[in-house]
Every structure is written in C-alpha cells, then in structure tokens.
Design a protein around this ligand. Structure first.
Ligand code: HEM
Length: 525
C-alpha cells in the first residue's frame, strides 16, 4: 500500500536538497577566492557560485568589461575570479617580467590549464603532470612526434604537393567562370584543412573531396558547439552537446576506419600517421595524434591566413609590393637551381621553393610581415596554465612561489594571460587596430615578449614554421594564380582600413562583422 504522507515527505526532502544544492552551486563562491591570500582585486559575478562563465562564451568582451576600461591598454593588470568553483587569475600586459613569470615557470602546467580554460573540462585530471609534478612521458612523446611531423625534412618534400593543392583549389573555385567570389570560411578554411591532413594524417582525405567535407564538418561540430550551457551542464543532453558528441565520434571513427583500411590493404601514404604506424604505434595512439595535431594545426591558422589574403586584396599598393617581392624571390630561387625563370609556369615557380628559401630570402619578407600583422590583429586565444603550487628542487627545497605583479599566487589556481593585452597595446603598437605590416620595419614587436603572437618561453608555438609555410604558400598562390580583390557581398571594394574584422570574442571561426568576399579572377597575362 502507498503511504501518501511518507511519499510527500520524501519528495519535499529531495526537492529541498536539490534546491539547496542549486543555491550552493549558483551563489556560493569557493572559499579560496576570498581567503586573503593576496590583494588581487576580485571580479564580481552575478552568480558568484558559477562565477565568470562569460570567460568561456565571450572571452574578449568579458575581459574588456571586467578588467581595465582603458582602451589604450586593453586587459592590462591582474584580477581573479571564480570559474565553476576554481580560482582563475587573469593577467595582461606587455612588460617582460610578467610574461616571463608565466612563460618560463616550470611549475605551471600547459595541459592542465587548457583542459579547463580552453576545453571547459571542469575538474579534469591535470593532464600532463605526473605524481612527481613533472610533465608526463605521454605528453612529452606527443610533443616530440608533433615536432618531427612538421620538421623541415618532412615539410620540404611535401611543400610542392601543398602548392598543387592550392592550385587545384583555385581552379575548382573558379570552375568554368572567369571569376568567383569566395566566402573564405567555405573555401580557404577547407584548403588549410587539406594541407593539415596531408602533413599529419590522414592524407587520403586530401585527395577525396567527399571524405574531406565529412571530416571538416565533424571537426567543426566538435569545435563550434561549446557554449554556456554545454560548459555549465555538460551532463545534460542538449542539441549542442549532441552535435559535439556526433562530431567527436565521427572524427574518431573515420580515422580508425582509414587506419584499418591501410592495415588491411597495405596502402601507404606520405603523412605522419604512416610514420607512427611504421614505428609500431597502436591505432588508438595514431588516432589521438592525428586528431590532436589537427586541432592544434587548424584553429589559429585558418582565420589569420584568410585575413592575410583579404588584407592584401584590399590594397593595390600592398598587392603590388607583395607580388614584386614574391616574383623577385622566385626568380632568385629559380636561378639558384639553374632554371630560366621565364620558361617556368607559375606552378613550377612556386613548387621550387624550399622552406629555408621562404624563411631566408629577403624579398619574401613582405609576405611574412602581412601574416604577422594579421596574427597581431586577430589572436585572442589566451595562454592558459594550471598552478598546483611550487615544486621541490633537487635538494628537496621548495622553489619560489609564482608571483605576478608582486602578488603571490596560491596552490591549485589557474592563470590565464590575454594576448590582446600585448598585441593591441597602443604604446607598443600605435593605432593598434590599423593594419600596418610595415610597422615591424619601424622597430615595433621585435622580440617574443613584445609580440606574443607565437607565445614565448617553454610553450612557444611548435607549429610556427609549418603555419608560416602553408600561409605563405596559400597567399603566394592567390598572387600568382589569380588576380584578387576584397569586396562586400554586393561586390563593392573594401579599402585596407575598411576590411571588417571579426568579433574578437569569437575565438576560431572568425566571421567578419560585415559580409566579406575575396573575388578571384583568372589572370589576364
Ligand atoms: C597562425 C598560426 C598559429 C598561431 C598564431 C599559433 C599561436 C600559438 C601560441 C600563442 C602558442 C602558445 C600557447 C601558450 O603558451 O599557451 C602556441 C603553442 C602551440 N602551437 Fe601554435 N599557433 C599557430 C599554428 C600552429 C600550428 C599549425 C601547429 C601545429 C601543427 C601549432 C601547434 C602548437 C603547439 C603544439 C603548441 C604548444 C607548444 C608547447 O606546449 O610546447 N600551432 N601556438
């Protein structure tokens, strides 16, 4: 028999429990935040228990609203806030001492920071740090493999194939027409994807448009479906979460299936996945490497590269300068190989260039400066770290505690540095939102601490040379295989300073604030 009275009592008790738990989750910040460990100002949040979840959803705006209001020095200073029960220190500025404190302190965990502050995995294992407080061997191995995958010995033989990919891409975009208006997200982004799968794995997708399309769609399903609710309530089924799951499962299954096919048929490719297979790595290990490598390789490269093309397409003088530099450099390469420059096709000219040529021939410098300036304007991803506390040195003595802007940081805290605080600082880069690639020739942003675009210290970008190579190949392909200009959706030309930047809170997809197309035309000569 049902005892109605007991049941309703139980129901009441359960509801009260849930309600108190929710109140606690939403309104009670972690004790650590207010414990007076230091005098760092606290960022207040409407739901102090959840904390500054705007950091995930709208990072740039969240920091602009809550840190300094001085637009000449965005995001400068230090402030702390609660984020899902963890204490996070925001740090910004362009003084070398502060950046060194973050970039050179071996007690700070890169993967621990990114698991939580980038991927939004609250309470995840502080990956990469073993019980002795050292970077674990699995993480070291993955990093070693990545360095090998994009080493000059591998990039040089693949570079001509990347040029061919760009050439084919352009022919495909033009189709039978004399010109085409490119939405860069739908055209340039898949091209960079093609480059990346060719280098890392799975090269099969680079030659199969259908597979590439499916792979790209699955990738973006994982990257573009993180938001406020999926971060706060990751266990509650919701459309974005399901999309994310679908993306992750599809990526995983595609890579596993392709690996199994290689094993079954003996088919081989020139990508790094093949090297790993040959070295006896398990399919699990290869899949993790491929997917991780693609995430690292794609996210910062697509938008900054696409905008490099768009900026050049918006200014005829800059385009002339880039073409002149490119042609002069290509002529030198051809002549050094004993070729007659005029006898070569544009494709052959570009395919001859080695990584070291792109990096060392002074005529190519203008292309690098365009890319550098595009990164300066666009890079908003923070440098994320986890601080477990000071470790011990070899004699067993505690190392000095992490100190930033004179304030000691407690154990079990997160630290995040905002690149725009460095890259958009008006003293370091006058008129910071003006696209001005020649500013570096006037002495701005010369060191890794005065230009944090590639990071600095222990975690400086491993993929820098590859990112430069692929972007310069793509930009050079536009310059050599097409004529191009940057227009709006009605075909009206944008000037250099009118090129619409993306909302800087949007970390990867980088949609321009107003419609933007790159109009390519078959060259007349
Ligand atoms: C425009 C393109 C790129 C930009 C602006 C960029 C920027 C950065 C920055 C700022 C960091 C430092 C992060 C930190 O300290 O927390 C970094 C690290 C890293 N980047 Fe890049 N990156 C780019 C392309 C690439 C590519 C193409 C790859 C790989 C194929 C790559 C792989 C990595 C890796 C593995 C790290 C971590 C290094 C370590 O922990 O030692 N990046 N990148």
């Amino acid at each position: 028999m049902i005892d109605v009275q007991t049941d309703s009592k139980l129901l009441f008790a359960a509801s009260a429990l849930v309600a108190s738990w929710l109140l606690w989750v939403f309104f009670v910040p972690p004790k650590q935040l207010h414990n007076g460990f230091n005098k760092v100002p606290i960022i207040k949040n409407r739901l102090p228990g959840l904390g500054g979840v705007g950091f995930y959803a709208n990072r740039y705006t969240f920091l602009s609203k809550n840190v300094t209001k001085d637009p000449r020095h965005p995001h400068h200073g230090i402030a702390k806030f609660n984020l899902l029960g963890k204490v996070v220190y925001h740090v910004g500025g362009n003084d070398e001492e502060t950046m060194r404190a973050i970039c050179l302190n071996k007690d700070l965990s890169f993967s621990g920071g990114n698991n939580f502050l980038f991927a939004g995995i609250a309470g995840a294992r502080q990956g990469g740090i073993n019980e002795d407080g050292e970077v674990d061997t699995e993480e070291k191995r993955v990093m070693r493999d990545l360095i090998k995958a994009i080493s000059p010995t591998r990039l040089n033989p693949i570079a001509p194939r990347l040029v061919e990919d760009a050439y084919e891409g352009i022919q495909e975009w033009l189709g039978n027409g004399a010109s085409a208006d490119l939405d860069m997200q739908q055209t340039y982004y898949p091209l960079v994807f093609r480059f990346t799968v060719r280098v890392m794995g799975m090269a099969e997708y680079a030659s199969s448009p259908e597979d590439l399309k499916r792979f790209v769609a699955a990738f973006w399903a994982t990257q573009r479906n993180s938001g406020f609710w999926t971060t706060i309530l990751p266990w509650v089924p919701q459309p974005r979460l399901l999309m994310r799951l679908w993306g992750a499962v599809t990526l995983w299954r595609m890579v596993r299936k392709t690996l199994a096919e290689r094993q079954k048929t003996g088919h081989r490719e020139e990508d790094y996945a093949q090297d790993l297979i040959d070295n006896g790595y398990s399919h699990n290990q290869v899949s993790k490497f491929v997917i991780g490598g693609i995430i690292a390789g794609i996210l910062n490269t697509i938008g900054t590269g696409a905008y490099s093309v768009a900026f050049v397409g918006a200014d005829d003088d800059l385009k002339r300068q880039c073409r002149a530099g490119l042609e002069a450099g290509l002529r030198k390469v051809a002549e050094s190989r004993g070729e007659v420059y005029e006898d070569l096709t544009p494709l052959q000219k570009l395919q001859m260039v080695k990584l070291e040529d792109w990096e060392s021939i002074p005529d190519f410098e203008i292309l690098h400066l365009v890319f550098k300036e595009s990164i300066r304007l666009m890079l908003t991803n923070s440098l994320n770290r986890y601080y477990p506390g000071p470790s011990k040195d070899k004699e067993g003595k505690l190392k000095p505690r992490l100190t930033i802007y004179g304030e000691e940081i407690e154990d079990d805290a997160y630290v995040t540095f905002s690149p725009p605080s460095n890259l958009h600082d008006a003293d370091a880069f006058p008129e910071p939102f003006k696209f001005d690639p020649m500013r570096y020739k006037r002495g701005q942003g010369q060191t890794e601490y005065t230009f944090i675009g590639w990071g600095a210290g222990h975690h400086k970008c491993t993929g820098m040379r590859f990112a430069k190579l692929e972007t310069i190949i793509a930009l050079s392909s536009f310059l050599l295989f097409t004529d191009f200009e940057t227009v709006d959706d009605r075909g009206k030309r944008y000037s250099l300073q009118e090129v619409p930047l993306p909302d800087l809170s949007q970390s990867h997809w980088r949609t321009p604030r107003r419609p933007m197309r790159v109009r390519i035309t078959k060259p007349t000569q």
